[in-house]
Design a protein around this ligand. Structure first.
Ligand code: SF4
Length: 361
């Protein structure tokens, strides 16, 4: 039996990509294993959104040199493939093949080119299907759009994942139907900028909610850009009992000058308006936010405004990040990159403020 191992770094989008890769491998008769040294194919699905994640993934890929031997194939996938300024073939000469983000077809092409090509049924007679490790039975992540057109000045995603591309609604609905028929009760719709889904996220939610009512199941979606959180989407969240009353809507900063420098496309007042509308139509709504501290040039007074915003909005969860300079982004070229100790100190203050203010779920 041929075996695979997938190591995934990064967000839910990457996890969803890894699941697709696992499905392709299983089509070709591979079975998932828990350890890389038991595998014939090792895939590393990378993230470069933050320097720390990129460093960890690069270290791990380098460490796989020790496992390279005849019969063992290593594939590098995900955002690192398209990272501006990086030559993955030169950096990792022991890697056999490279797959850009959201491109499981490339893996299919690679497997088809192997001498032992044998597309096989998913399961042998009486053999339980080995699921991709990390998959929670009953839960499925469905990518409805990829890429991003927003070019937030600190973010590398538009460079590595490309422009926004939405999957046709019929295709998404068919995948949702299949997931439900397979017994999944929790469906998460994914997109870098999920509420910019070209065919209408509100329409999609309504179709899923009405066509496929889940007796005890639920539908989530993430991640939402505040500027695209339309009244229609909020109304769908309010009206549909199976849509989870929770949104991931990153604020990033509580200061208008910093938000402008980040190229976020909204100011604090606009964000406040979206929160107010959400809480008006869905009083039990839980709002999850991301915040970045230490954006280039952020003053102490601007940072204080972020602390006040955290206190005001009473998020249920705040994902907190120290600004991480990414090559080729507009923010990387800004003057006034802040010293690391100031950024770290602000992060600690933010953590304390969040602890004091988060509203328990
Ligand atoms: S909305 Fe901004 S932060 Fe989010 S993926 Fe797009 S560019 Fe990056």
């Amino acid at each position: 039996m041929r075996r695979y191992y997938i190591k995934t770094y990064g967000c839910q989008m990457n996890l969803a990509d890894s699941r697709k890769l696992a499905e392709v491998l299983e089509e070709y008769g591979y079975r998932g294993v828990e350890r890389e040294d038991d595998a014939d194919i090792i895939l590393v699905n990378t993230c470069v959104v933050r320097q720390h994640a990129e460093d960890r993934a690069a270290w791990y890929v380098t460490s796989l040199k020790g496992l390279k031997k005849p019969g063992v194939t290593i594939g590098l996938c995900g955002c690192m493939i398209n990272e501006p300024g990086r030559d993955v073939k030169k950096d990792f000469p022991h890697v056999d093949f490279f797959i850009p983000p959201h491109n499981s077809e490339k893996l299919r092409e690679f497997l088809a080119s192997l001498p032992l090509k044998r597309p096989s049924p998913l399961c042998g007679e009486g053999e339980p299907r080995v699921r991709f490790s990390g998959r929670v039975v009953g839960e499925v992540f469905i990518t409805i759009m990829t890429g991003c057109n927003n070019y937030c000045s600190y973010c590398v995603v538009p460079y590595v994942r490309g422009p926004e591309t939405s999957r046709p609604m019929d295709e998404v609905l068919a995948e949702v139907e299949q997931a439900i028929n397979e017994g999944n009760q929790n469906i998460t719709l994914l997109g870098q900028n999920v509420n910019a889904y070209k065919y209408g996220l509100a329409t999609l939610l309504n179709k899923i909610g009405r066509l496929f009512p889940l007796a005890s199941g639920c539908i989530r979606f993430l991640t939402s850009h505040p500027k695209d959180m339309s009244d229609e989407i909020i109304e769908a969240v309010a009206a549909l009992p199976n849509v989870v009353k929770e949104v991931v809507m990153p604020l990033q900063s509580g200061d208008d000058r910093v938000l402008k420098g980040m190229n976020r496309g909204y100011d604090l007042e606009f964000y406040r308006g979206r929160v107010a509308r959400l809480r008006e139509l869905v009083p039990e709504i839980r709002i999850i936010s991301d915040i970045i501290v230490g954006f280039p040039g952020e003053t102490e007074a601007e940072f204080e405004r972020t602390l006040r915003a955290v206190e005001e909005f009473k998020f249920v969860v705040v994902n907190m990040f120290a600004y991480s300079s990414r090559p080729e982004t507009a923010a990387a070229a800004l003057p006034d990159q802040l010293p690391e100790e100031i950024v770290r100190e602000r992060l600690q203050k933010l953590i304390a403020a969040v602890r004091a203010s988060v509203k328990p779920r």
